[in-house]
Design a binder for this molecule. Structure first.
Ligand code: KIV
Length: 276
């Protein structure tokens, strides 16, 4: 892997080119400066500042409560830590659904105040007109279909989408409409792998980024906390692969610190400041 300084900057066009060449696109979420820096230096193509921050950073049970102000602050921190990866800001619940004007104003905030390069919006064909206007304003949009967590109450829980013909047809129609509206990419979340494969093949330009949508998508995204084992217990969907188990490592370090302070072993003379 070339050093960060030698790697090319990922752009929207990189996604389109990678899809055309059949090269897989890698995306992970991050919510703060230092994690963004680590992911960027490791060579990730794009960093999604997901509204999953509501769950994994702020401890809510859904993504619904997170606000624009909080998401802009997370995005700005990630952008400060990122040199080469594409920075994607996730538009929170009700920041784009009420009207096209609201969507343009809030998408613009992510670029002007959060230094994002792209925004992501949940929703299918019903969001296509809004996506088109935001793209016309010069703001690249990533779509998000399938399980859209902002509609969790309407969907009735985390069910795999695209299994029945009606659902498959809606997802295909939505993907094509979002591509037509100008989306350069879209997340396919918790979608039957056959349907996700068909959608990926049907899209000429827009790259599909799967999460729980099988191996045939143009790329994959996962939540950073999940691959590191840093999520509330009880979240272990079938699609999740955990690459590290950080909680015991963190707990061990904290216990050692507590022990050192209590024993008077921290700080030592060489870790202290004296006048001479
Ligand atoms: O908010 C998020 O992290 C997401 C990903 C799961 C795609 O939308």
């Amino acid at each position: 892997m070339p050093k960060t300084s030698e790697r090319k900057k990922t752009t929207v066009q990189t996604f389109i080119n990678k899809k055309a060449k059949g090269e897989k696109i890698t995306v992970l979420t991050a919510y703060d400066y230092y994690m963004a820096k680590l992911l960027d230096e490791a060579g990730i193509d794009a960093i999604l500042v997901g509204d999953s921050a509501a769950n994994v950073v702020h401890g809510f049970d859904s993504t619904l409560p997170i606000t624009m102000d909080v998401m802009v602050a997370h995005t700005a921190a990630v952008a400060r830590g990122t040199e080469k990866a594409l920075v994607i800001a996730d538009m929170p619940f009700l920041s784009f659904q009420p009207s096209t004007e609201t969507a343009i104003a809030n998408a613009g905030r992510f670029l002007k105040e959060g230094w994002a390069e792209v925004v992501k919006m949940e929703g299918g064909i019903e969001m296509a007109a809004t996506v088109k206007r935001v793209v016309e304003c010069g703001i690249p949009v990533m779509g998000h279909i399938g399980l859209t967590p902002q509609s969790i109450h309407r969907l009735g829980g985390p069910k795999v989408q695209g299994r029945e013909e009606k659902s498959r047809a809606y997802l295909m129609e939505s993907a094509l409409a979002l591509e037509e509206a100008g989306c350069f990419a879209m997340v396919l979340e918790l979608i039957n792998a056959d349907t996700a494969s068909e959608i990926t093949a049907a899209l000429k330009r827009a790259a599909t980024i799967g999460i729980g949508a099988g191996p045939h998508c143009d790329g994959q995204v996962l939540v950073i906390n999940d691959i590191l084992g840093l999520r509330k217990e009880g979240f272990s969907p079938k699609f999740l692969r955990q690459y590290a188990d950080l909680p015991p490592i963190i707990a061990e370090a904290v216990k050692k610190y507590i022990d050192d302070v209590r024993r008077g072993d921290y700080p030592r003379e060489e870790e202290s400041f004296y006048n001479k």
